[in-house]
Design a protein. Structure first.
Length: 155
């Protein structure tokens, strides 16, 4: 009589493998990590120096820090990109600059126009950013480049 297999409540290893192979799933995980790093760094800097500097300056500093900290995660873990690191980082940071503009505009509107506290406004803004950045990263910063054709061999 065959023995019935009990299924793990966490699913099968092939399910986890399929999820890990899906770039969108990897992006969501990296985006969550990036958002957590950004919000933690922003909050720490705001609470430590918010009485001395503008929340917008704190956002700029935090943006640069987060880009430097998360570039390897996106390059290797999410997009599995190849090629030069420095030029790849510059394209990645161009995407981060869009995110920074979005954050600065959103923060200003939510704090100055809507009257939200800075940390709450920042939490609202960082939820939307990854949705926009994924498309920019996939289509531009980490797009697959055609490989050069091998030179013809003459007999």
């Amino acid at each position: 009589m065959p023995v019935a297999r009990r299924r793990s409540p966490l699913g099968t290893s092939s399910t986890w493998r399929r999820l890990a192979d899906d770039r969108r799933v990897r992006y969501v995980a990296a985006g969550g990590l990036s958002s957590a790093i950004y919000y933690a760094a922003f909050s720490a800097l705001w609470l430590a120096a918010g009485h001395l500097v503008s929340y917008l300056l704190v956002a700029v500093v935090t943006n640069v820090f987060t880009a430097l900290a998360t570039y390897p995660v996106y390059r290797v873990g999410v997009f599995r990109a190849e090629g030069p690191w420095v030029s790849g980082f510059l394209r990645f940071y161009a995407v981060c600059l869009w995110s920074l503009l979005f954050i600065l505009g959103g923060l200003w509107l939510l704090v100055e126009a809507a009257g939200l506290p800075v940390l709450l406004a920042q939490a609202v803004v960082i939820v939307v950013g990854p949705l926009i950045n994924y498309q920019m990263g996939r289509r531009w910063a980490f797009r697959a480049r055609p490989r050069p054709a091998a030179p013809a061999v003459r007999p």
